[in-house]
Design a binder for this molecule. Structure first.
Ligand code: ACO
Length: 402
């Protein structure tokens, strides 16, 4: 806390908090993270319970409305979502404008933002009914659009949604079915994906959720706000970490090389970090990582994929868990540590991992956005800065400089 009077000649206090590690930007009733106890609650429900017994659309309902749905409410919500899974046929041309080798997240930033150009009613963000319509459209279309981003990079034709399938099953089919070939969704993999989506659905004010709130605080179109969240999520310190974690496990390759990588992560001269380790808020075990580890085990058993890297991951977790550096700095595996392995075993290429994360986190982003707009005290987000640049200077014409 600085004396603002000394700095700017005005009364009051001014907090300088890089990375906002001790500054609450909002009040929220959606998600509670107890970083010391390693607990994550959505609207008061433990994420582990929701994963074990619920499905992703039920979690969306919970995040949006605040309570779990009754059976009739759930039927109605599922119906409303599945009616909106298609995207306008002109979107196909938008996808075709990207290079074939575009990263799916680059395509997602562009294509989700472009939905703003299709739904002019969505700009009426003051109307709660309209906000819900946009939210349902987003939840419904994200799997279709993520699958299109994937199909586009493979050069295959897009697969339309099949609305009698569940949310995750539909997505798997849109990604992996090919024309003229029979494709049956493996129900165990669809169930595993539902669990993965629930685990990723919200995590209070993470960088991407804060980005969505900040973008939305100006009254911007919801599709543009979610595109901003996708852009933020893409970074390797956030959602891109699962891709980076898998790459790191592949680089390690075998358990004997773990000490070398642990030594590098501890070396202050080496920028290398153990990807999938550490979290701004979870200072004890990330509860999502524990669940994800078990989902990974189930998916590997189901697909028969060789689990060499899973063994490396287990051993790395064990080795870091008994190392003073990691204990002292409270660095434990986070959600991303096992999710890359799991998604890879399901058949997704690494570039799609963050797109799956974005699909799931859209639920949380939307819930945060709706909560913010419903708050009568809501203001445009406008962080202050601590100016450390030059004092006022006189302008010198270009001919007299140097
Ligand atoms: N490996 C080795 N050392 C680490 C790691 C790591 N993964 N993470 C943090 N540290 C060390 C830092 O070097 C720092 O050491 P110092 O005190 O000697 O300077 C100390 O721990 C604190 O690290 P910060 O970067 O200040 O912690 P912060 O809370 O800002 O960062 C973050 C959290 C970004 C997640 C960090 O732990 C990290 O980079 N992890 C790897 C990337 C990752 O897995 N990201 C996924 C986040 S979870 C998610 O998006 C779902």
């Amino acid at each position: 806390v600085l004396d603002i009077g000394k700095l700017y000649g005005k009364a009051g206090v001014f907090t300088y908090d890089p990375g906002f590690s001790s500054t609450a930007s909002c009040e929220s009733k959606i998600t509670y993270v107890d970083g010391d106890a390693g607990a994550l609650l959505y609207r008061g429900y433990a994420v582990e319970d929701l994963v074990a017994r619920g499905d992703f659309l039920e979690t969306c309902y919970l995040l949006f409305y605040g309570d779990l749905p009754t059976a009739a409410q759930k039927r109605d919500f599922d119906y409303r979502v599945t009616r909106h899974t298609m995207v306008h046929e002109q979107m196909v041309r938008l996808y075709q404008g990207f290079r074939r080798d575009a990263h799916p997240m680059a395509v997602m930033v562009g294509s989700v933002g472009a939905l703003s150009a299709f739904y002019h009613d969505s700009i009426d963000v003051e109307d709660p009914h309209q906000r819900m319509v946009s939210s349902i459209r987003l939840i419904a279309k994200m799997p279709t659009m993520a699958a299109m981003a994937y199909k586009y990079t493979t050069g295959q034709t897009f697969v339309y949604p099949k609305n009698d399938l569940g949310y995750a099953a539909n997505f798997l089919r849109m990604c992996f079915a090919v024309p003229f070939e029979e494709y049956q969704v493996n129900p165990a993999l669809a169930r595993a994906l539902e669990k993965i989506l629930i685990l990723h659905a919200d995590n209070e004010q993470g960088a991407s959720s804060s980005t969505v709130r900040l973008a939305g605080s100006s009254g911007a179109n919801p599709f543009a706000c979610i595109a901003a969240g996708i852009a933020c999520l893409w970074g390797p310190a956030h959602g891109g970490a699962n891709e980076a974690a898998l790459r790191m496990l592949a680089d390690i390759g075998r358990p004997e090389r773990i000490p070398e990588f642990i030594a590098r992560a501890k070396d202050p001269e080496d920028p290398f970090r153990l990807m999938g380790f550490g979290h701004r808020v979870y200072k004890s075990y990330d509860p999502r990582a524990r669940v994800m580890r078990e989902i990974c085990r189930e998916v590997l058993a189901q697909t028969g994929v060789e689990d060499t890297l899973f063994q490396v991951a287990l051993e790395l977790e064990r080795a870091a868990g008994s190392d003073e550096y990691f204990i002292e700095k409270k660095l434990f595996p986070n959600l991303d540590f096992y999710s890359g392995l799991t998604l890879q075993a399901m058949g997704f290429p690494t570039a799609m991992f963050t797109a799956v994360f974005a699909m799931a986190r859209t639920a949380g982003w939307i819930a945060q956005w709706m909560e913010m707009l419903a708050d009568p005290g809501q203001k445009i987000g406008r962080p202050r800065q601590l100016y450390t640049g030059s004092p006022r200077r006189d302008y010198v014409p270009v001919t007299k400089r140097g």
